[in-house]
Design a protein around this ligand. Structure first.
Ligand SMILES: C[S@@+](CC[C@H](N)C(=O)[O-])C[C@H]1O[C@@H](n2cnc3c(N)ncnc32)[C@H](O)[C@@H]1O
Length: 292
């Protein structure tokens, strides 16, 4: 199949997709009154959740049997997310807690917020693909022996750094000419790497219907997955094309390979498209692949 990037409203485009989707990463605007150029982020709860149901249902229709969806949201919307997935046919597999590495957001009359949720669900009772990744987290202080073969990734992800604002966003955040972040909701490469490695195999098809800066597609491309992205804002679509044509040093996934080294089938699922990366480096002459 051919990889595709659509500029438009996913509600209109999803029904016209003829390819079967194996995995979707769903990171919509969270309806927090953020300043999106082409989207009203201040809908009533009713409008917002009926729109999200329509999106989930349309994705379900084009998903292969046993295919997966990862729906990211704020913790306060957990009930709505679960309801939205259940009523549109999806079967919940895990409610993943993505624990932030930054300090918790304080609250005066309840516990401070320290995580975001990612609901992992599939079409049918069980996911057709689930690759059991192994990582090597730092040993807790009271442990004497190192993990020889790492440990399985659980439903608490506390080792992935979000791209925060300002200096700490690091090189990965795309910047405008005056140094501001181009897109405040850009997801980290390492988050998509975990999602794609866990729930797909090479040459399967990955969808991101709210593609933003194209993080999902940039990781899918490097891992030899097919990809389809939809994004409503034309400026973002241009950024996606640039990001895919020239893989930036900070977007290269190879630096994470050793984090997953104890995964049994890593060589098979991490089928890196070195040619694509080398070509884009040659084009840019930014840095040698071997320095990464
Ligand atoms: C939370 S951001 C996604 C960020 C993305 N994960 C990344 O790494 O850059 C949501 C994106 O959805 C886009 N969007 C909003 N409504 C849309 C719609 N109806 N169809 C397609 N894209 C839409 C917004 O322009 C925004 O870029």
């Amino acid at each position: 199949m051919e990889n595709k990037i659509y500029n438009g409203n996913c509600l209109e485009i999803l029904p016209s997709i003829e390819d079967k989707i194996d995995l979707t990463f769903l990171d919509p605007p969270f309806n927090q009154n953020k300043d999106y150029r082409f989207h009203n982020d201040n809908l009533s709860d009713l409008e917002y959740w009926s729109m999200m149901k329509e999106v989930c249902s349309k994705i379900f229709n084009i998903t292969s049997s046993g295919g997966a969806i990862y729906f990211m949201q704020r913790d306060k919307n957990t009930e709505n997310v679960l309801n939205c997935l259940r009523t549109t046919g999806w079967s919940l597999q895990n409610l993943i807690i993505w624990k932030k590495k930054t300090s918790a957001v304080p609250n005066s009359n309840k516990f401070g917020k320290h995580y975001q949720i990612i609901a992992f669900a599939c079409k049918g009772e069980k996911a057709r693909i689930f690759n059991k990744l192994r990582i090597s987290p730092p040993l807790p202080p009271n442990y004497k022996n190192a993990y020889e073969n790492g440990v399985f990734v659980t439903d608490v992800w506390d080792d992935i750094r979000e791209l925060t604002s300002g200096y700490y966003a690091g090189d990965e955040a795309i910047r405008t000419e005056n140094g501001d972040r181009f897109h405040k909701q850009q997801s980290p490469i390492s988050l998509l790497l975990r999602v794609i490695l866990s729930s797909s195999n090479p040459y399967e098809t990955i969808l991101d219907p709210f593609a933003g800066t194209g993080t999902t597609l940039v990781v899918a491309k490097q891992l030899q997955r097919n990809y389809i992205g939809i994004e409503i804002d034309p400026e973002n679509v241009m950024t996606i094309h640039d990001r895919l044509n020239t893989i930036r040093k900070s977007d290269i996934i190879e630096k994470y390979y050793n984090d997953y080294i104890h995964t049994d089938n890593l060589k098979r699922i991490w089928d890196i498209d070195n040619q694509a990366i080398i070509k884009s480096y040659k084009k840019e002459q930014e840095v040698s692949l071997f320095e990464v």
